[in-house]
Write a protein that binds this ligand. Structure first.
Ligand code: KIV
Ligand code: ZN
Length: 511
């Protein structure tokens, strides 16, 4: 059987970013987009330009500087959305406008309050207009899997006749099952008159935990593009996970004769970078990228793997870019070893960026004996946060214990001025947060405070995640330090900086 190519359409920066608590700053989106280009996905959906100025800017910047994949922007089937999307994509060398409208009667009746005929007219207008701005146009029929199949085919045919080059079949609410989805894709393949080069795509949500299985069934039925996200992030229960789709196709070539262009050794660095940026770690038993994905606990398994890896491993950790030796560097490691480790983690640095990361590494190695990959990622990523900082922690002094009232003295630099405050609290973290509230004027709520040790040992870096809400906007912040009170202060301030960033750009999510 000949091998066929499956396009990987990554929507981490659009659908993924819609996950609660996953919003990213402009700089973070650009950094992630560069990593997705390294991962060699075919298409990066960079955002939804009409949704906010921030989304527009992200799509525009990514279109300007990320080369390799096609850059796509999302637009509802309205002229305003499509024109805004086209404007954001202007600098891209390879661009795609992705326009969508619902096809299910449930959506038409309750959400759009439009007839089937009216929606067909919208489809015609939207694809026709998008085609004036981009050769490459994708059309999605939202809630396709709960739609009448004949109507769905009619809608796709209208889109094809108006010039759509990709027809996407979303399982928007994660409702379908593999056999049904296989039949739906087979039905569409047989029914649609598709000029050569026009591709059927699928976009599955994971509400029943079937997103990957449904996507693969669709591929077997003839879909040639899969929409997915790193770590499976996305609306509600998420989207199909990119790493699971790609590695299934890779490992089970015998059953599914398809290839993707993904550089699998960039999977782990992509997963790690995204977890760092969003502050959301994958569960330890997550397939492919979880901490335990390659950890053999039982004696029988360990014995087998020591004799030959293939006894209990269907793929190697190295094939997905997971470093074999997780304990990497320490006080005596030199610049060379540090640079090599950055390359292995998918974050090569040169020149002044390498120098400043190396000096931060040296600082850390004075405080911490063993430096793990997670420490290095945290450290390098921490370096990049400066661009959006309005408040920077200058100094922190805390007193705490069982015979004293916890107290914090905090100094913060903001726009060239040093601000100081002293507060008492129920504990040292409470005292620090009170002082930070006073200094920054933050009056919103602290919704979540979560501490984890990035690595083992008592000198481990503590990583703190906080979620803050102010005036209807929820953001998260993270901080890593060997002192968890320091990590808490850094996390709190990084969330406040994020709020400042969003408030300066005032945007509202569209869908
Ligand atoms: O889930 C969905 O239907 C979507 C569309 C916009 C493709 O995300
Ligand atoms: Zn979706």
């Amino acid at each position: 059987m000949p091998t066929e190519y499956i396009k990987i359409f990554d929507t981490t920066l659009r659908d993924g970013e819609q996950s609660p608590g996953c919003s990213m700053t402009l700089e973070e989106k650009v950094r992630m987009a560069h990593q997705l280009a390294k991962l060699n996905v075919d298409i990066i959906e960079a955002g939804f330009p009409i949704a906010s100025q921030g989304d527009f800017d992200a799509v525009h910047r990514i279109a300007q500087e990320v080369r390799g994949p096609v850059i796509a922007g999302l637009a509802r089937a309205t002229s305003g959305d499509i024109i805004r999307c086209a404007e954001a994509l202007v600098p891209a060398t390879k661009k795609r406008i992705h326009t969508f409208i619902s096809s299910s009667d449930i959506h038409l009746k309750y959400q759009f309050k439009k007839s089937r005929e009216e929606v067909l007219k919208d489809t015609e207008m939207a694809v026709g207009l998008a085609k004036k701005h981009a050769e490459d146009v994708e059309f999605s029929a939202m809630d396709a899997t709960r739609s009448d199949w004949d109507y769905l085919a009619k809608m796709f045919q209208v889109a094809i006749d108006c010039g759509a080059t990709t027809l996407n079949v979303p399982d928007t609410v994660g409702y379908t099952v593999p056999s049904e989805f296989f039949d739906l894709i087979s039905f569409l393949k047989s029914k649609l008159k598709m000029p050569s080069g026009v591709v059927l795509s699928v976009h599955c949500h994971n509400d029943l935990g079937l997103a990957v299985a449904n996507s693969l069934a669709a591929v077997q039925a003839g879909a040639r593009q899969v929409e997915c996200t790193v770590n499976g992030i996305g609306e509600r229960a998420g989207n199909a996970s990119l790493e699971e789709i790609v590695m299934t196709l890779n490992v089970r070539k015998d059953k599914m004769t398809f290839v993707t262009g993904v550089k699998t050794e960039q999977i782990y660095p992509s997963s790690k970078l995204l977890s760092y940026i969003t502050g959301i770690n994958v569960q330890p038993n997550k397939a492919i990228v979880g901490d335990n994905a390659f950890a053999h606990e039982s004696g029988i398994h360990q014995d087998g793997v020591l004799k030959h890896e293939l006894t209990y491993e269907i793929m190697t950790p190295q094939s997905v870019g997971m470093p074999k030796n997780r304990l990497v560097l320490g006080k005596h490691s030199g610049r060379h070893a540090f640079r090599d480790r950055l390359v292995a983690l998918g974050m090569p640095l040169e020149g002044s960026a390498l120098e400043s990361a190396f000096s931060a590494f040296k600082d850390l190695s004075d405080r911490k004996k063993n430096i793990y990959d997670e420490d290095i990622i945290a450290l390098v990523e921490g370096q990049g946060m400066g661009e959006t900082e309005k408040f920077r922690l200058e100094s922190l002094h805390v007193v705490s214990g069982n015979r004293t009232t916890p107290e914090a003295i905090v100094e913060v630099m903001t726009e060239g001025n040093l601000k100081k405050d002293v507060q008492q609290g129920d504990g040292p973290v409470d005292a620090v947060f009170k002082a930070l509230r006073k200094i920054t004027g933050f009056e919103g709520s602290l919704d979540r405070y979560h501490v984890t040790a990035i690595t083992g040992d008592t000198d481990a870096q503590g990583e703190v995640f906080v979620t803050l809400t102010d005036k209807g906007k929820t953001v998260r912040g993270s901080g890593a330090h060997t002192d968890i009170i320091m990590a808490s202060a850094i996390a709190f301030l990084s969330a406040i900086n994020r709020l400042e960033y969003y408030q300066a750009r005032q945007g509202v999510r569209g869908i």
